[in-house]
Design a protein around this ligand. Structure first.
Ligand code: FAD
Ligand code: NAI
Length: 467
């Protein structure tokens, strides 16, 4: 095989693309990954999951030092913010992680090609940029991810009117941040800046925040976040943003119509969703079909309509989550190697890293009702969990939903401390097709937050021990 001929060429080095590349190489396929950003890891490692979590952790410490430690008998002097150092922590975490992927590529013998890939014909990728060349491949994988959904009529300058990317790198703490969109990005980044002293106003078009979560979770989170100081304007639409120098005036009115008002802000975050990114890929020329919203259309085995061209990750839609992209990357690599890769889309966890965290998997109560599935719900509050009480972290609950007849777990929704990690056992249980009773009869260590999961499972059968 010549130097520029590969079994698999993957365009995009995010969680979908880089994981597909590693798995394909592990399975003996000659693999290249083309990435134009200059660093590997995609949105997630560079401007998404990782920097946001680095700032969430850092701001959590800052807030705890100023507001929470005294309750534990820990006195600290005047707490001061060094925003530069906090951003330095975030930048280092990002850089260590992205370099880590380069190391993994070398270890697994994946060829990393720096430049923009364009599919010029089936089996052919033209790369422009640093490593300009033309590659030939038996299989081409589109893993080009997603980009910010713009708000019509609003220009993002990444200074006063920012996307998540700008909000992860503000040079100073804004006085008033207006967040447009009460979804995952909006609430996570509002949490970061709110903890550092910014007044937060969240403007959400629908009548609830976190509209994709279980309704009870959304309500509870709104109450908790309001207690933390966030203001919410629900059922409200933004009709325009007038930017003057370093200030912005946001015009809003009730979505159903009514009295308009304006909100003055020194920063506005637009976080109303993300859209597939396929610019410059040449898909129209090779005839790869997109759906109405621009997502690459695939079949159940990640095949596009053009033989030899596949797609995974955010660019194909579904849950726009890094771990979903990774699972697809692994499954596709295994299929290309002749194995039977598969993704169980019914069991994809999702976590919102506010505090408390919000973690969910499977169906919500609203979905089960809409689908006419009879279910039992078991719920346990963290106020009744010894470990949570010892941590002063009693907000939230665990809710497990199980089939009314078979007891099979259909969904779980957790608001609480470390909810994301707590969810993992339910995810595994669901993957194994477990019943709520299986979780209820499993020994959980004491005192542990996980006992709340066991108690919620017991509550499904109406027999919790501690409430
Ligand atoms: P991406 O990560 O978007 O990677 C695509 C890559 O392709 C990019 O690096 C891009 O430069 C490259 N590319 C595009 N076109 C070309 C081309 N023509 N040639 C070469 N390269 C190209 N998900 C979670 O699961 N957990 C989280 O906590 C989380 N937090 C997030 C926080 C924020 C602020 C944001 C914005 C997103 C977050 N996400 C999170 C979502 C997550 O980042 C995405 O789901 C994930 O990155 C998708 O992976 P991907 O590989 O499909 O695409
Ligand atoms: P989102 O879809 O989670 O939330 C967007 C919110 O904006 C929704 O509540 C929607 O109703 C609202 N909205 C839409 N148009 C609006 C308008 N014109 N005015 C006011 N509100 C409007 O999208 P978000 O937060 O931008 O995140 C994008 C993606 O990134 C998500 O799909 C998510 O999966 C992923 N992500 C995941 C994270 C995680 O797993 N922890 C963290 C951050 C992002």
């Amino acid at each position: 095989m010549s130097e520029n001929t590969f079994d698999v060429v993957i365009i995009g080095g995010g969680p979908g693309g880089y994981v597909a590349a590693i798995r394909a190489a592990q399975l003996g396929l000659k693999t290249a990954c083309v990435e134009k950003r200059g660093t590997l890891g995609g949105t997630c490692l560079n401007v998404g999951c990782i920097p946001s979590k680095a700032l969430l952790s850092a701001s959590h410490h800052f807030h705890a030092a100023g507001h929470e430690l005294a309750a534990f008998g820990v006195k600290v002097g005047k707490v001061e913010l060094d925003l530069g150092a906090m951003m330095g922590h975030k930048d280092k975490v990002v850089s260590d992680n992205t370099k880590g992927i380069e190391f993994l590529f070398k270890k697994n013998k994946v060829t990393y090609i720096v430049g923009a890939g364009e599919i010029t014909a089936p089996g052919q990728v033209k790369v422009t940029g640093k490593d300009a060349k033309t590659l030939t491949a038996k299989h081409i994988v589109i893993a080009t991810g997603s980009d910010v959904t713009p708000l019509p009529g609003v220009t993002i300058d990444e200074e006063v009117i920012v996307s998540s990317t700008g909000a992860l790198a503000l040079p100073k703490v804004p006085k008033h941040l207006v967040v447009i969109g009460g979804g995952v990005i909006g609430l996570e980044l509002a949490t970061v800046w709110g903890r550092l002293g910014t007044k937060i106003t969240v403007v959400e078009y629908l009548d609830r925040i976190l509209p994709f979560n279980d309704g009870e979770v959304s309500k509870q989170m709104q109450r908790i976040l309001a207690k933390q100081g966030m203001e919410f304007k629900l059922g409200t639409k933004v009709t325009g943003i007038d930017k003057k120098g370093k200030k912005a005036t946001v015009s809003v009115e009730p979505a159903a119509g009514g009295k308009a008002e304006t909100i003055e802000a020194d920063c506005v975050l637009v976080a109303i969703g993300r859209k597939p990114y396929t610019d410059g890929l040449g898909l129209d020329k090779v005839g790869v079909a997109l759906d109405k919203r621009g997502f690459v259309q695939i079949d159940g085995h990640f095949k596009t309509n053009v033989p030899g061209i596949y797609a995974i990750g955010d660019v194909v839609g579904g849950a726009m989550l890094a771990h979903k992209a990774e699972e697809e990357g692994v499954a596709l690599a295994e299929i290309l190697a002749g194995q039977h890769g598969h993704v169980n889309y019914d069991v994809i966890p999702a976590v919102v890293y506010t505090w408390p965290e919000v973690a969910s998997v499977g169906k919500t109560e609203e979905q089960l009702k809409a689908e006419g599935i009879a279910y039992k719900a078991g719920k346990f509050p963290f106020t009744a969990n010894g470990r949570a009480r010892s941590m002063n972290e009693t907000d939230g609950f665990v809710k497990i939903l199980a089939d009314a007849t078979t007891d099979k777990v259909l969904g779980a929704h957790i608001v609480g401390p470390n909810a994301g990690d707590l969810l993992a056992e339910v995810v595994l249980a669901m993957e194994f097709g477990a019943a709520a009773e299986d979780i209820a009869r499993t020994c959980h260590s004491h005192p542990g937050l996980g006992e709340a999961v066991k108690e919620a499972a017991l509550a499904v059968d109406g027999r919790p021990l501690h409430t």
